[in-house]
Ligand binder design. Structure first.
Ligand code: NMX
Ligand code: MLT
Length: 438
């Protein structure tokens, strides 16, 4: 059985060759054009990044190396005693383009568990932060501090060859993924349950099994399984989303993977991106408070209009690329549908009813290009139902997950020798001149 590093060693030369051929044969081929609206409109739709692990189709949603979410659910190994794919099997797929065997997944789980403990100074650093500091800010601080022991940075200082970049990047990336649950769980404990003991990492458990145990939910099999699904499907969403793009940009300066990913976390922390899952719960609970127990479609509709008329966005709806309901939303809804207990939960029912009403309201409102729910519309309600009610924490779980895709790109960008990212910008005057010339 080959390890992850050995598997990558085998496949990297062919990919390097493929990219070399692409550049040689099609370096000058035009694949799109740049309009002024792209430049002033957040680069929406611009084909401008190389990202191998996943591609987002506007209608169909995400595919990871060609596999849809249901394909992954059917083929990626789960944890012993569970059904949902594990984070490490998704990481293997993203990194290698191959479905790992059970044995390969177990070996990776053990490696992650063995590397999962935090250096004492990082523990102290996290413990010194004020409880009132947002959990996402704390997560970024903890992750950035791990660069104290970066293999990539140490090797760069010594003077490594470009061909060696990817192996040191991989070492840091695996170490980062391994340590994220311990950082994230420590933040949860410190902020919300300061009297709880954090259990030691169990070397026989998968990454998310350990994360759930450290959060204090190890005894809740259903929640642990939900977290496995959640973390696997939030792992990557092609390269242009704000967090992935940030990790890639910062990594392109040869900053090490820890600080590159810390930067990405602060992009994820914005309400138009990952913080939307916190905002959804806040908004749905405010709706529940206003509507009371008798939740009707009409009352939900009225509440959505009230939010829109106050000039705010409906969190969990719309997307920069997607033009249909997000298949991640559907996978999480299916998880609820399969369990009568979840299906009858008031918060889950309310979120579901909202998703049945909101698209029509948003269509009538007429602004958003995509009136359908994205993953954040539903991701928090199962956590809430199972007692993980501290919704300011929800984006941290997204942050544990998004590392899977970001580290994959960091390894491959170094293996493929991708250059510093540095697009050209223009002033309004210069754009006006350019536009007139045409
Ligand atoms: N509610 C109300 N208005 C919206 C919404 C929404 N959910 N989505 C888009 N719009 C508005 C948008 O603000 C813009 O208005 P204006 O012209 O006044 O600036 C207009 O519709 C056109 O926006 P789009 O081109 O459809 O969307 P864009 O690509 O710019 O932005 C999002 C995408 C996701 C930022 C946007 O849909 C949004 O703000 N959604 C709510 C927040 C959210 O759920 N974010 C999570 C995204 C997924 N994630 O996990 O990161
Ligand atoms: C994501 O998962 O990153 C979000 O859906 C946002 C995006 O893809 O732009």
């Amino acid at each position: 059985t080959k390890t992850l590093k050995e598997t990558l060693q085998d496949i990297i030369p062919a990919k390097q060759e493929q990219l070399k051929r692409l550049k040689a044969e099609h370096g000058q081929t035009v694949v799109g054009d740049v309009k002024v609206e792209n430049i002033v409109g957040g680069m929406r739709g611009l084909k401008a990044m190389l990202w191998d692990a996943s591609v987002l189709d506007p209608d169909e949603g995400i595919r990871f190396h060609g596999l849809t979410i249901p394909d992954c659910q059917a083929s990626l190994p789960s944890a012993p005693g569970g059904k949902e794919m594990t984070a490490e099997s998704m990481l293997w797929l993203l990194l290698t383009g191959q479905v790992p065997s059970e044995a390969q997944t177990r070996v990776l789980s053990r490696e992650l568990a063995e590397k999962g403990d935090l250096p004492p100074f990082v523990r102290k650093l996290i413990d010194s932060l004020p409880k009132s500091l947002h959990p996402m800010t704390q997560l970024g601080i903890g992750v950035a501090a791990l660069n104290h022991d970066s293999a990539f940075q140490a090797a760069y200082e010594k003077g490594m060859k470009k061909t060696e970049y990817w192996t040191h990047a991989l070492d840091d990336c695996i170490d980062l993924v391994a340590k994220l649950p311990a950082i994230a769980a420590r933040i949860y404990r410190n902020v919300y349950h300061p009297n709880n003991q954090l259990p030691a990492i169990n070397k026989d458990l998968d990454l998310v099994g350990n994360y759930s145990a450290m959060l204090g939910y190890g005894g809740n099999h259903n929640l642990t399984e939900y977290l496995r699904l959640y973390i696997a499907i939030h792992g990557d969403h092609e390269g242009g989303n704000a967090s992935a793009h940030t990790a890639h940009l910062v990594g392109s300066t040869l900053s090490d993977p820890y600080i590159s990913y810390a930067a990405a976390l602060y992009a994820l922390a914005g309400p138009l991106h990952g913080l939307a899952n916190q905002e959804v719960l806040r908004w749905q609970l405010a709706m529940q408070k206003e509507i009371g127990d008798n939740v009707t479609y009409d009352k939900i509709r009225e509440y959505i209009w009230k939010t829109l008329k106050s000039g705010q966005v409906i969190p969990g709806y719309g997307h920069g690329v997607l033009r249909n309901p997000d298949p991640r939303f559907m996978a999480l809804q299916q998880f609820c549908d399969a369990q009568p207990e979840l299906n009858s939960s008031p918060i889950i029912q309310m979120v579901k009813k909202t998703s049945e009403v909101a698209p029509d309201v948003l269509k009538e409102h007429g602004k958003t290009k995509n009136p359908y729910p994205n993953v954040d519309a539903t991701s928090g309600c199962v956590l809430y139902h199972y007692g993980l009610t501290e919704f300011k924490y929800y984006t941290v779980i997204f942050g544990v997950s998004r590392a899977l895709g970001c580290v994959t790109q960091l390894v491959w960008a170094r293996a493929l020798g991708l250059p510093l990212e540095r697009p050209k910008s223009y002033s309004i005057d210069a754009l006006q001149k350019l536009a007139k010339k045409d």
